[in-house]
Each structure stands twice: as structure tokens, then as C-alpha cells.
Design a protein around this ligand. Structure first.
Ligand code: TXA
Ligand code: MG
Length: 319
């Protein structure tokens, strides 16, 4: 299959929207990472996502919508959901809500669960595309399963060229790391840290979020949570103050005396900048060799929670 590269202009939008509506696989940018989209009501199209990614079929997918009305037709919004949507949508927050069976989603999207993950993306281009498609769009990150998430159209093509119908090229994604996922089917729970900081979500709800227990790293029910994920080829060592000979240092903050980081996620220790650079730099290190990667310590606050989560998965023993 030839993968079409579509430009971010009116023609490109119309073409990408028509392709999605007709059951094709189209990768597109959001403010977090590129998604691999398919019409969420078209079971054959959704099946092709799993196929193209080589993804275990028990992983449910996030459904992307163009506006809040479309989200309400798919999920049941309680008071907390309304409050979070009002505060953070459009944006890098995914809400897991009870599914409305009449929404007509393919059961493959939710992997048979009676809940659904919904997101109204913050990037205008993504919303225009969703409007053009005029259907809910299921989209996991547009990378082969278990590999790094893509933050540019070039990353998408490096992993999936020839296996998908098109990539809609909207340049680099501004946040560079996936959305935060909050489950609201029962007690509010943080299912995945991400682009919106946990602290701001808790402040909005006026309560702390529950956190998944240890079993979440092995059960298929919490898939983005599988321990080994987001992995470059080279082994990773975390919280490294002194790199060993032969290790490639990925720095954070002002370099310590004697340290010579090959790349620095943020020389000024800005967590937002570090998040935006994370996958781009891991991709670059992945392309440029397989010597072990040592990563400097990153504070466990704000977006640091999500950055460390992705790094721990990248460093986990490969399954
Ligand atoms: O930023 C993002 O969220 C990107 C862009 C493309 O929107 N998407 C993304 O999707 O990261 P994906 O498929 O890589 O991650 C989806 C996560 C998985 O960890 C999955 O377990 C969780 O969402 N999820 C989806 N539906 C769920 C449900 N009903 N219950 C619990 N978790 C769910
Ligand atoms: Mg992913």
C-alpha cells in the first residue's frame, strides 16, 4: 500500500476527512502526539488499526470527537466529567466514562468494555479534521505497538509507511507526550499521567484522584500501563547522576560539572520543554545507535510525573 502524505491545507483536510469517513487509516497530529485514526463506527477500519500497529487486541482505544455535543452522545457525563471537560477541553485530557450502547461504536474500540475513553483534542487542525470526517475517530498513538510515540509525520512514516493509507502532516506536536487519562466510571482515578498535570486536575475536582494498584502494570485492562512500552532499542538507565563510559547521557537541567550530555531535555529544567522534547530525543537516539542511554533525574512534579512514567516504561525489561 502507498501511504499518501497530505498537506495541512483545505485540500489536505478534505481528503483526510473523506478517507477517514470511508474507512481508511489516517495518521493525524493532535497537541499531544500523532494518532492513527479510523472511523470508530466502522469495525473493519478499527481492526486495521490493531493490524497496522501489531497491537494486542485487548487494548481499548481513545475516541476523538470534534466537540462536546459529540462526546455527550457517546459517553455518560456525570458532574465531575462536566467539570473536567469545562476546565480542560479542548485539551490533553482523556475521560473514561460509561459508554452509551446506542452510540454505535464498534466494540473493537472499547475492547468489549462498557466504558469509553473520550478526548476533544486541543489542536485546531485535529478538530477541523474531525469535523471534516463527521464521525467519531478512534486513534491510538501512530506507532508500531510498544515503540515510541510519534511527534512528527516523519516519525509516523518511519514506523508505519506502507501500512496506513495516509498521514496528515501538521508539523511537530506541541506537547509531545500523550494525554492524561482520568477514569470517572466509579471513583475518579488517574489511569495514565500525561499532558495535563495531575495537580491541576485534582484542584479542579477538589479531591485527590485514586491511583491504579500494582496489578495495573500486568493486567490487560489497563493497557497503556503495560510495563514495557514506549521502548527505544537501546537499554535505558534512569536517575543517572554520573554516566558510565560508553553511555549516552540524556540530560535535564544545567549540566553538572564533568557531565557532557549528548542531548538535554531542557537545559533550563523546564518540564514542559522536556515533555515536548522527550520522544523526539528518544527517537533521535534510537536512530543514531544502540549504545545504552543514561537519563538524568527528573523531578516527580507537574509534567515530570508523565515524563518519568514514560521513561520507566521505556527502561522496563522487554516483554
Ligand atoms: O494523547 C493521546 O492520548 C494520544 C493521541 C493520539 O490522542 N492517544 C493515545 O492513545 O495515547 P493510546 O491508544 O496509545 O492510549 C490509549 C490508552 C490506553 O492505555 C488504554 O488502556 C486507555 O487509553 N483506555 C482506552 N479506553 C479505556 C477504557 N475504556 N478504560 C480504561 N482505559 C482505557
Ligand atoms: Mg501509544
Amino acid at each position: 500500500m502507498q501511504t499518501e502524505r497530505l498537506e495541512a491545507n483545505q485540500d489536505g483536510l478534505a481528503r483526510a476527512g473523506a478517507l477517514l469517513a470511508s474507512g481508511a487509516l489516517v495518521a493525524f497530529p493532535t497537541e499531544t502526539v500523532y494518532g492513527l485514526g479510523a472511523n470508530a463506527r466502522d469495525g473493519r477500519a478499527v481492526a486495521r488499526i490493531y493490524e497496522a500497529k501489531g497491537r494486542p487486541s485487548f487494548n481499548p482505544l481513545i475516541v476523538h470527537v470534534a466537540n462536546l455535543e459529540a462526546a455527550r452522545e457517546i459517553g455518560v457525563f456525570n458532574e465531575d466529567a462536566e467539570r473536567l471537560a469545562a476546565a480542560f477541553w479542548p485539551g490533553a485530557l482523556t475521560l473514561v466514562l460509561p459508554l452509551r450502547p446506542e452510540a454505535g461504536l464498534s466494540p473493537l474500540v472499547t475492547a468489549g468494555l462498557d466504558s469509553v475513553a473520550l478526548r476533544l483534542p486541543g489542536l485546531g487542525l485535529a478538530r477541523h479534521l474531525l469535523e471534516a470526517a463527521a464521525c467519531p475517530v478512534a486513534a491510538p498513538s501512530a506507532n508500531p505497538s510498544g515503540r515510541l510515540s510519534p511527534t512528527s509525520a516523519a516519525h509516523v512514516l518511519a514506523g508505519l509507511d506502507g501500512n496506513i493509507d495516509a498521514v496528515f502532516d501538521g508539523g511537530e506536536t506541541p506537547i509531545g507526550l500523550e494525554s492524561t487519562i482520568v477514569g470517572l466510571s466509579e471513583t475518579p482515578i488517574l489511569l495514565r499521567p500525561g499532558g495535563v498535570a495531575l495537580e491541576t486536575i485534582e484542584a479542579c475536582l477538589g479531591q485527590t484522584l485514586a491511583r491504579p494498584g500494582k496489578e495495573a502494570t500486568t493486567t490487560p485492562n489497563a493497557p497503556g500501563q503495560l510495563a514495557s512500552h514506549y521502548a527505544p532499542r537501546a537499554p535505558l538507565r534512569l536517575n543517572v547522576v554520573s554516566a558510565l563510559p560508553g553511555e549516552r547521557l540524556l540530560g535535564f537541567g544545567p549540566a553538572e560539572a564533568g557531565q557532557n550530555p549528548l542531548l538535554n531535555l531542557s537545559p533550563t529544567a523546564d518540564l514542559r520543554e522536556a515533555a515536548a522534547n522527550l520522544f523526539t530525543y528518544l527517537h533521535r537516539l534510537d536512530r543514531e545507535g544502540d549504545a545504552p542511554i543514561a537519563v538524568a533525574p527528573i523531578p516527580e512534579t507537574g509534567l515530570g510525573l508523565a515524563i518519568n512514567d514514560r521513561l520507566r516504561r521505556a527502561a522496563a525489561p522487554r516483554g
